[in-house]
Every structure is written in C-alpha cells, then in structure tokens.
Design a protein around this ligand. Sequence first.
Ligand code: PLP
Length: 372
Amino acid sequence: MTEAPALSEPTLTFAIERRTDPLPDEQREAVLANPGFGKTFTDHMVLATWTPGDGWHDARVTAYGPLTLEPSAAVLHYAQEIFEGMKAYRHADGSVWTFRPEQNAARFVRSARRLALPALPTEAFVESLRVLVDVDQAWVPGTEHGEASLYLRPFMFASEAFLGVRPAAKVTYSVIASPAGPYFSGGLKPVSIWVSSEYVRAAPGGTGAAKCGGNYAASLAAQVEASEHQCDQVVFLDGLEHKWVEELGGMNLFFVRRDGSIVTPELTGTILEGITRDSIVELAKELGHDVTERRISIDEWREGVASGDIAEVFACGTAAVVTPVGRLAWDGGEVVMNGGEVGAVTERIRSTLLDIQYGRTEDTHGWMHRLV
Ligand SMILES: *Cc1c(COP(=O)(O)O)cnc(C)c1O
C-alpha cells in the first residue's frame, strides 16, 4: 500500500473535556451486552477545526452530542465529506489495540486530497483515536462478549457556511465511537448478492477510491433494488464496460478456485483500497495460496461457479471482517456458491485475521497498534 506522506505539521494536542454525566455503569454494561451495530455511541467524541489561516486547531475530546451547523454548511449541499472505519479490540490481558491505523491515516489523506479537504497528519489521526479510546475505554467490550469491538468512525466535512462551489475554508474533523457486537451473532452466515445492471458505483477519474459519503449515497438506490430481489448486498461492475467485477457497496471481493488459488479484482482507481483486502492478500499467501490481483468478469464468476472452477467467494471489510457470499443473483438467473455454506478457505482466512486482531496469535507483521 502507499506509504504515509511526510508530515508537514506538528502533532495536534487534544484537550480533554471529560463530561460529568457519563452513562451509568449498569446502563453501559447493558448496551455492551447487546450492542448491535452503529446504534449507540460512547460518552465522548473528538472534534478539531481547520481553517486556511490557522491549520488544524481547537482539537479536543468532549461530550458526545449534537453538532451545531448552519443550514448553509457546505457539506449539506455539496457533500464535501470523507470518513474512515476501524475497530478497537480488547485483548485477554485487558489492553486495547487497533489494526494498521497508519494505513487508515494514509487513506484518509488520499481521500482528503480527492475531495479537496485538508490533510490530517498521520500522528494527529492516530493520536485522536488514542485519546478517545483512552477516555472511553470502559466502552471497549471485554473478551466475555465474544468477538465484539469498539467501532471507530473518524470523519471530516466542510463546515463553512456558504453556498458556492469551491473547497470549504472551514473544515471539521471528528471521531465518534460505537460498541459493536460480533457481526454474525447467530454464527457466520453467507450473504446473497445482486448484480446491478443499471447502477455503477464509480467511474474512472471519479471518487471510487476515496472513502466519501457521496459514494454511499449513490449506492443506496442499487441497495434498494437488491432488497427488492431478496438480496443482502449489491455487486458493482465497472462503469465503462459493465463487465468487470469491482466490489460491493462497502466490501472488497475474493474468489477461491478449486485448485486453492485466489483471485481478487486488481485496484484500478475505481475500487476502494480496503485494508482488510490488503491484509488478506498477504495472509492468504502465507497460508500457501497462490494470490492473483487481476480483472475478473461477471461472466467468469457465473461460469466459474457453474463449472465448479470457483469454489468459494467471500467479501471483506473492517466491519464484517470476512463474509462468505452464498448466492449471486441477476436479472434472469442465479448461482449458488459452495452449496450456500461457509467454505473452509473462507473460514480459515477469517479466523487467521481475527486471531491477530484479538491477540490470540503472534502479530508477526507488526499490524497491531496499542491504544490503551
Ligand atoms: C471501507 C470500504 C471497504 C473496506 O475497507 P477496509 O479498509 O477493509 O475496511 C471496501 N469498499 C468500500 C467501498 C469501502 O468504503
């Protein structure tokens, strides 16, 4: 993956404004016992402001709560916004860690550049996670909750009040955190996928490789179409030929062939560079798989499953880790992968990654970063 850029600004210092009315212990524990995903937020959040004159300033951890925005705030009209998604994992000894944060920081800088937002230096990004998780450490689920975590959502948006099409001269950075249960509480369950023939997610020169809210806004109509066809998720094809498999709305894809080799769509500028994807390419090679990054057409997927050449398909991303794909449906047909069951290779890659993230195995790659 791309190296983090050289730092141009000193690290920000985050003031700590602890709230005097955090959620009582019993209520927090009740949330942690059954958190779901993205529904409840911790007691605090990070805020920082950028202006051209002062750069990043006024950085702090403060009480979680509503933001005050003018109705003319540029983000509400022109969607100048980016985000990241990561997790804090509690290890058996009580320590709290995150996974490859410098990669998220570097991607945040690349997304910022594409959306004409200011870069947040890597050290400031990682420090913002550390201070928030430190203040809200009681919200990181313990190992008694299984493979639960504290989901971290850094984001940045144009908060300047103006209606004009130019990069905003006032930008807000924030981090919020939300406890997340094991993604598949009833056991790993394969998802079904709809091939969108009407909508595309990204086009050459567009924002497909940037993690921006606008990409998600544009994917919702396709998601509705998928639901109408009893599918859980959408797979997007390339915008030029409508032929090459790119990714799901928020997850990258892997194909496991009968001979054990693995293929994942190559990064062409229209696919989001998933950190889970990058990690799995490396782990799968170490597990002895031949891994190729190349273009794969939707016909190769359909025919490969029909002929038995493609044995397993899985999707991956921070939130759901590794998710088996059980069924692929399109206007006119469907194929079922691996009998709709979780495949052995998918399962092995998933547990290899989770063992690293939860500290159950040695982190030989130096991927884990201690927060608390
Ligand atoms: C975030 C995201 C992913 C997964 O990236 P990870 O770094 O693995 O979490 C994949 N596709 C899209 C469109 C995304 O926004």
